[in-house]
Design a protein around this ligand. Sequence first.
Ligand code: PEP
Ligand code: MN
Length: 363
Amino acid sequence: MQTTTESKIKETTQGAWNKRPLIVSGPCSAESEEQLVQTAQLLAATGMVDMLRAGIWKPRTRPGMFEGIGTKGLPWLQQAKKITGLPVTVEVATAKQVEDALHFDVDVLWVGARTTVNPFSVQEVADVLRGVDVPVLIKNPVNPDIELWMGAVERILKAGIKQVGLIHRGFSTFGNTDFRNSPMWHLAIEMKLRNPGMIMLCDPSHICGRRDTLMEVSQKAIDLDYDGLMIESHIDPDKAWSDAKQQVTPERLKEMLQTIIWRKEDTNSVEFHTALEKLRQQINHLDDELMQLLGQRMKIAEQIGRYKRDNNITILQTNRWNSIIEKAFKKGEGLGLSKEFITKYFDAVHMESINRQKKVMDE
Ligand code: PEP
Ligand code: MN
């Protein structure tokens, strides 16, 4: 039977899960009981943090790095929860880790990026979760593969877990970029669209890999309708045993959370809805026109395809295409359209046009 304290924490977890924005914070790794409890106390004192995170087992890319304190850190987490009342979450990657975490009353489990990438590991975690009532957060895989992310979600859902959430922590890329893990926002947005009703948190710490850009990425996530943030914090970030560069003090975290402009998905204001509706009608109208024009454009491409077929001419005409793109860049500049957008748009149009011409040629 559950004791009163246990059921109280359970209620807090439910409350935290449904709260928006949901703020999860804590050190990258649990290092000592003092470090964990002190961080938790300072985070709780901000009044803005809903859940405490701490890595107990750390899946480090290279051996020899600090690989986590292991099971002995779980009672510290229990202690931090007892003192602060914050529900706690840890990363799990094996059946044994799930069992240990649940044994020590961890409230929410999370699957890390290096685990999501491996269906064997995700399945092992899913199998041991069968019949267990615990919320699970699933980070994106390290590589930009949305199907792997979906696969992990499906495996956990199939195990009967009802509360599943997503964490966007960015994707590995080769070479130097401004990010430790490139956000590739479009993939996270696609994942959000595929899983309506599933909460999506952003983990700016692992996206940025540094402190100075955390705010910018956090604000972008909130602007994109994310449900909350998971941000690493440490009482003495520079001395952290893992991910020192990206961790912030609980005080800095509070400042950040106070600076972010929190946006909501909807409002009751009639004025806002009327104005928005008018603009949306204009957008719908323009979208219709664009579709009509694209349809016409493709019909002309088919005619061209017929001429090329009859005269044995190749579909792809590199010079012609380069001159179209050059002209579009120039024109786009005046219209406020970025080169990146024009490239994507014309690439899509060009591919469709090539497919249509190929179809005509093969007739
Ligand atoms: C972490 O949250 O500390 C962690 C290891 O994250 P990820 O799985 O995103 O690398
Ligand atoms: Mn970390």
